[in-house]
Design a protein around this ligand. Structure first.
Ligand code: ADP
Ligand code: MG
Length: 317
C-alpha cells in the first residue's frame, strides 16, 4: 500500500532539464530567460465532465497536459514547466502507472519539466498549471484582430466532437480510418507549439479552439471589437465529412464541437504568402476560412447563403 509520498516518488518524480529545484521541496525554483515574460495557464480535468471514468488512464494523462500546452501555443509561448495537482479516489497502481506514463510522454514530447504539484484523496480530478516563456511584448492575444484581417485555422475541426458523439452512440463512424482519427483527436490531442511560435511574427490575434470554432472565434471578435464572415465550406474537416457538411450533426461538430485544440488566428492579407509557405514547409495544415470586418457580428455562409444561428443549432451568444 502506497502513501502520498510513495506515489509522488514513484510516479511523479521525473528528470528535469531546465529547473533549479524540482519535486521534493516546499517549492520549486526556476529561472525565466532574460527578456522573457512568464506565460501561466491552468486547466482542470474532472471525471464525468472532461473524460469518462473508463477512459484509458494513459490518454487522461496525455490530455490533461496537452490541453494546457494548447493554451501556450495560442499565446505564442514556449512551454517549459508544469505542476500537477491530483485528487485520487484510491491508490490504483495499475492506473497510476498508465496515467503518469501518458502525462510524462506529453511532458517529454514538448520538453516540459514537471516541477511540483499536490496529491490528495478525493474524486478523480486533475489540475495542471503550465508555465512558458515569451519574449517581452511578443505574446499573441485575443484582442489584436483588425478589420480586413484574414481568418485562419489549423488542422481539421470537428474530429474530436464526432469521436465523442461516436462513443456516446450518437454518431456512427463506420469507416475505420475515420473512426480512429476521431478517437485519436478526442483522446490524444496534438497541439502545435511550432505553429504558435511562428505566429508571433505573423498573426494579429490568436486563440486555441477548445469550446468550438464559433465560440472561440467569438472571443477574438469580442476582445478586438470587430465582426467576421466565415465560409463553412472552407473550414477543414476529415475527408470523410466534407461531402456531408450540410448535415446538421457534421456542421455542429465542425462549428461548435469542443476539444479541437487547433489554433484560430487572424493576420493581415499581406502575410498570406508567408503563412502558406510556412504551412507547406512545416507540413502544418492551415486554411483561410474568412475575413474580419468592422460589423461586430459573426456571419457564417454556405455556398454564399447566410446560415442563421438557429440553423447552426448554436445559441451561445
Ligand atoms: P507540502 O506538504 O509542503 O505541500 P507535499 O507533500 O504536498 O508538500 O509535496 C511534496 C513535494 O512533491 C513537493 O515538491 C510537491 O510540489 C511535489 N508533488 C506533490 N504532488 C505532486 C504531483 N502529483 N506531481 C508532481 N509533484 C508533486
Ligand atoms: Mg502539498
Amino acid at each position: 500500500m502506497s502513501n502520498e509520498f510513495d506515489i509522488i516518488k514513484k510516479y511523479f518524480t521525473h528528470p528535469t532539464s531546465h529547473t533549479d529545484l524540482g519535486v521534493g521541496d516546499d517549492a520549486a525554483l526556476i529561472q525565466v530567460a532574460k527578456g522573457c515574460q512568464l506565460a501561466i495557464s491552468t486547466d482542470i480535468s474532472v471525471v464525468g465532465t472532461h473524460f469518462f471514468k473508463d477512459t484509458a488512464p494513459h490518454d487522461i494523462g496525455w490530455k490533461s497536459l496537452a490541453v494546457n500546452v494548447s493554451d501556450m501555443a495560442a499565446m505564442g509561448a514556449n512551454p517549459k514547466w508544469a505542476t500537477l495537482s491530483i485528487t485520487l479516489p484510491e491508490v490504483d497502481d495499475a492506473w497510476l502507472v498508465e496515467f503518469s506514463r501518458g502525462f510524462l510522454a506529453c511532458a517529454d514530447f514538448f520538453k516540459i519539466d514537471l516541477i511540483g504539484g499536490d496529491t490528495t484523496r478525493g474524486p478523480l480530478n486533475i489540475a495542471v498549471q503550465i508555465m512558458g516563456e515569451i519574449p517581452v511584448g511578443e505574446a499573441l492575444t485575443r484582442s489584436g484582430a483588425k478589420a480586413g484581417d484574414d481568418i485562419w485555422v489549423s488542422g481539421n475541426l470537428g474530429s474530436a466532437a464526432l469521436g465523442l458523439a461516436h462513443l456516446q452512440q450518437h454518431q456512427a463512424l463506420n469507416d475505420e480510418t475515420t473512426r480512429n482519427a476521431c478517437l485519436k483527436a478526442l483522446h490524444t490531442p496534438q497541439p502545435s507549439i511550432a505553429l504558435g511560435l511562428a505566429l508571433r511574427a505573423l498573426a494579429h490575434s490568436c486563440i486555441d479552439i477548445s469550446d468550438g470554432l464559433l465560440a472561440d472565434l467569438g472571443h477574438i471578435l469580442k476582445a478586438s471589437n470587430v465582426g467576421a464572415t466565415i465560409q463553412l465550406e472552407k473550414i477543414p474537416c476529415l475527408p470523410a465529412f466534407t461531402a456531408y457538411i450540410k448535415e446538421p450533426t457534421i456542421q455542429q461538430a465542425v462549428l461548435a464541437g469542443g476539444d479541437d485544440y487547433e489554433l484560430c488566428f487572424t493576420a493581415s492579407p499581406s502575410m498570406h504568402s508567408t503563412i502558406s509557405a510556412f504551412s507547406k514547409t512545416r507540413n502544418i495544415n492551415l486554411a483561410k476560412i474568412g475575413k474580419v470586418n468592422a460589423s461586430g457580428a459573426l456571419v457564417v455562409t454556405l455556398e454564399k447563403e447566410n446560415l442563421t444561428m438557429t440553423q447552426l443549432g448554436y445559441d451561445h451568444f
